[in-house]
Design a protein around this ligand. Structure first.
Ligand code: ARG
Length: 254
């Protein structure tokens, strides 16, 4: 009787072990699936209202759109906050799945990454001190111009006004600070960002009426990653047509 019991016990134990092992195998394959169910987005969170940090939390239009894209694709989106001029190399190396950073589609960038459908229009604008004599683009020749390194503002101004005019900053707010202390004469930056920053300091700065350049934003993925690009495009098309994108934008741009 005793022998039978211990035999049954060991059978039960063995069965238990087998069950346990299969269970473990299941959970580990499930977690492998989960880990691929994550997309890494790189951005440069120095760009309100598109991406910025508020009390340690990532906020902004791009951040919310990326989360919505993740939700619709059933994946988690992890944010990697890096320098703007590292975004494209980081996507190219595969360290991030996509870059979303108020990034303008340009022909040069298209040589290194693939762009999604566009989701926002933007204008490169000129911001000057309230008492500035600069009124038009032509007045900028021979002046010191502040830009964020590697942005379209940087690229266009370097072309138009020459290297000697350029003052580059890793964060555009530092350019505004330099302009406030008289170190530079103008800042060239995307319109909504200009508005957001100037709104905090209207007694110091004004935005010129003349648009310097018109552009469109899109998400960048590694060249040839059509699988991800198609998925992203489907969501962008959907949230553009059903109003979800607009309601995110309206939260940030009044
Ligand atoms: N639209 C400009 C560009 O693509 C500036 C973008 C800057 N974005 C940022 N998150 N800092 O070059």
């Amino acid at each position: 009787m005793k022998k039978f019991l211990s035999l049954t016990l060991s059978v039960v134990m063995i069965l238990g072990l087998v069950a346990c092992a299969t269970k473990q195998a299941q959970t580990s394959s499930a977690s492998a699936e989960n880990s691929s169910a994550k997309l890494v987005m790189c951005t440069n969170a120095e760009f309100p209202p598109y991406e910025y940090k508020d009390g340690g939390e990532f906020m902004g239009i791009d951040v919310e759109c990326a989360k919505l894209i993740g939700e619709k694709l059933g994946v988690e989106v992890e944010i990697l906050d890096i320098a703007f001029d590292s975004l494209i190399p980081t996507v190219m190396s595969g360290k991030a799945d996509f870059a979303m950073a108020g990034m303008t589609v340009t022909e040069d960038r298209k040589e290194n990454v693939d762009f999604s459908h566009t989701y926002q229009k933007a204008v490169q604008t000129i911001v000057v001190p309230v008492n500035s004599t600069i009124e038009t683009v032509d007045d900028m020749y021979g002046k010191k111009i502040g830009v964020q390194t590697g942005t379209t503002g940087d690229i266009y101004c370097s072309d138009d006004f020459g290297e000697e005019s350029m003052e580059r900053y890793s964060k555009i707010v530092d350019g505004f600070q330099a302009m406030k202390t008289g170190k530079i004469d103008a800042v060239v930056v995307d319109d909504q960002v200009a508005k957001a920053i100037v709104a905090q300091d209207e007694t110091s700065f004004k935005i010129l009426e003349t648009a310097y350049a018109e552009e469109e934003y899109a998400i960048a993925v590694k060249k040839g990653n059509t699988e991800l690009l198609n998925k992203i495009n489907t969501v962008i098309d959907e949230i553009k047509s059903n109003g979800e994108l607009k309601s995110i934008v309206d939260k940030y741009i009044k």
